[in-house]
Design a protein. Structure first.
Length: 163
């Protein structure tokens, strides 16, 4: 049975596609392709149908990650097929909780940096969109760091299903 997760930010052109691409690579490195499905979306439709921000794409490419992406909006009906919804900041977390049809669905939403023990109470991935390119580098670094803990949590869930 496939484990499905979706990363969510505001417009789905910066943070969430970066998280999707980096985490998909971690899943492949771990030999979990076919067992884990990774995608991303935005809380709004501002950039629906657009490619990732060129700065996000260039940072991803420079670090060896895939850059193919088309922005889309998160739909509440997706909760039924998703095992985990990963918000990139508390604003996204709150927006997703408002969209969740039930408490069970809302319980599937987590902040990405909650998987990074070094993050402590600083759980938001800052939005790099209005800043310089170094903000995209910082975003990717935060995503990569949190991905280690997220992968361990997903692996644990997969093992729990097999038991």
């Amino acid at each position: 049975m496939t484990y499905r997760l979706c990363f969510v930010c505001t417009g789905n052109i910066c943070r969430s596609p970066m998280a999707e691409s980096a985490f998909r690579a971690r899943v492949a490195e771990a030999g979990l392709e076919g067992l884990v499905e990774v995608d991303s979306a935005g809380t709004g439709d501002w950039h629906e149908g657009e490619a990732a921000d060129s700065r996000a794409a260039s940072v991803l490419a420079e670090h060896g990650y895939g850059t193919e992406h088309v922005a889309r909006r998160f739909e509440p009906s997706w909760f039924d097929r998703l095992d985990l919804v990963v918000a990139l900041d508390t604003g996204h977390l709150n927006a997703l909780r408002r969209l969740a049809p039930t408490e069970s669905h809302a319980s599937r939403i987590r902040l990405l940096r909650s998987y990074d023990p070094a993050a402590h109470d600083d759980l938001d991935v800052p939005d790099p969109y209005y800043g310089a390119r170094d903000g995209f580098e910082e975003c990717l670094e935060m995503v990569e760091t949190a991905s280690t803990g997220l992968l361990a949590a997903v692996r644990e869930q997969l093992e729990g299903r097999a038991a």
